[in-house]
Design a protein around this ligand. Structure first.
Ligand code: ADP
Ligand code: ASP
Ligand code: MG
Length: 403
């Protein structure tokens, strides 16, 4: 059997016919080696957002399974258009939708998790075709309904297909030449990394670097698939995401990330007694709302303030829930703020270096940026700030740690 190469192309790479021709040039490289190619495509740039906006004209609280039926059409369009173009160019190919493989997921519509992929079916189809053009982002649940994997989910489709086929490498083609020390679109000094460890990439992605969806990195790490992030529009090698022991450079901080999708909630004057945190956070978790940072102030006269963050999309639901539990929790006032953002410095080198926090705080202070909340892990330090300072904070931290 021929070698199988998995390549994924993002929305900007398939935004028009000219770009799709560029995609085909990249597909031709492994084909010329005699390899078979699985091409995973995203929807054309802007299409998923357009469909989400369209749904809002019909419903403010759309049924999640119907939403998945709707937004998955973006990828159906791009795979069909690409396959017809490639066929005209003499490539033996066909498009394949998630349910046709199938890519089976759980039933959590809008953020479904892949449970299994029929790799035998893919191999069988590759006996007939040289290229399979697979719709990213979508799958099918046990009840036969279309599901989607969350924003940026085509990355996860591609890595999962690569894992299912035991491919050693999954190529992720995008609009930047690789993974950078920070978003190259907001910091001119950002440097391309030749390699990055799975754990660092996981933190970068969780802290907002949308170049790879978090779950794609989790899959890659679990199944030991190397990921090559590179540009659709250049032959230059990009960044290899791989195991830590294969990384040469030992630096303190390898990246700076930011996330504007943050909102802050404060419960003022909560009665400070055992069980109070559970009375707040258990009902939130039961609603599948993810809480990120949490700060509890020292209590004064038996009362304390508790502040936490959620995504902006989850803010209204969180406030409604807290209002409903006012008597049970026993707080005096409920405050919220949507104009906050999180900036983070990330690096496996932080395990063996001290002084990262003090350096970060000094850099922020030099620019007069107030820090609202702080959270740390072994390989990451995050600060919540006013969102209007995001770009400045990213450049300042980048300058302080990376240069
Ligand atoms: P695609 O449509 O190809 O999936 P995305 O827009 O999802 O592309 O991801 C690529 C974008 O990620 C880049 O254009 C860049 O603005 C952003 N990005 C954020 N952080 C980083 C980073 N550290 N390195 C590279 N790109 C980053
Ligand atoms: N089209 C989907 C999105 O915009 C999935 C993807 O592009 O990866 O989020
Ligand atoms: Mg993406």
């Amino acid at each position: 059997m021929n070698n199988i190469v998995v390549q994924k192309f993002g929305g900007t790479s398939v935004r028009n016919l000219e770009c799709m021709r560029q995609v085909l040039n990249n597909v031709r490289r492994p084909l010329a080696n005699g390899d078979k190619v699985i091409v995973v495509l995203s929807a054309m740039a802007g299409e998923t957002n357009r469909l989400i906006a369209l749904s809002r004209q019909w419903s403010q609280t759309p049924d999640l399974a119907e939403m998945d039926s709707l937004v998955s059409t973006g990828e159906q369009i791009s795979v069909a258009l690409f396959a017809m173009m490639a066929k005209d160019e003499g490539v033996k190919c066909r498009s394949v939708l998630g349910f046709q493989i199938p890519i089976e997921t759980d039933a959590s519509h809008g953020k479904a998790r892949i449970e299994s992929i029929d790799d035998e079916k893919l191999r069988k189809m590759l006996e007939t075709y040289d290229v399979l053009v697979v719709a990213g982002f979508q799958g099918v649940d046990a009840g036969g309904r279309i599901s989607t994997l969350g924003r940026g989910g085509s990355d996860t489709s591609a890595v999962a297909v690569a894992a299912a086929l035991h491919a050693e490498m999954c190529e992720i083609y995008t609009d930047v030449p690789g993974v950078f020390t920070t978003d190259p679109n907001i910091c001119a000094e950002a440097r391309k990394l030749d390699r990055i460890a799975y754990d660092e990439m996981l933190e970068m992605a969780s802290m907002g670097a949308k170049v790879l969806q978090i779950r794609s990195v989790e899959f890659a790490k679990k199944y030991n698939v190397k990921v090559h992030v590179r540009s659709t529009f250049s032959d230059e090698p990009g960044t290899i995401v791989t195991q830590e022991d294969e990384i040469m450079e030992a630096v303190q901080v390898s990246g700076v990330a930011y996330d504007k999708d943050q909102a802050q909630v404060t419960l003022v004057g909560v009665i400070d007694e055992p069980g109070v945190c559970a009375s707040i956070f258990v009902p939130i978790a039961d609603k599948q709302i993810l809480v990120d940072m949490i700060v509890q102030n020292p209590s004064r006269e038996g009362r304390t303030d508790i502040t936490f963050t959620v995504t902006r999309a989850d803010l209204d639901a969180t406030l409604k829930l807290m209002e409903g539990l006012k008597n049970e929790i026993g707080y005096k006032a409920l405050l919220s703020d949507k104009s906050v953002a999180k900036v983070s410095v990330i690096g496996v080198g932080m395990r063996n270096h001290s002084g990262v926090a003090s350096k970060a705080f000094r850099a922020m202070h030099d620019e007069n940026i107030n820090i609202l909340m702080i959270s740390t892990s072994e390989i990451k330090l995050s600060c919540l700030i006013e969102d209007k300072y995001t770009e400045l904070a990213v450049r300042t931290l980048h300058q302080a740690f990376i240069g």
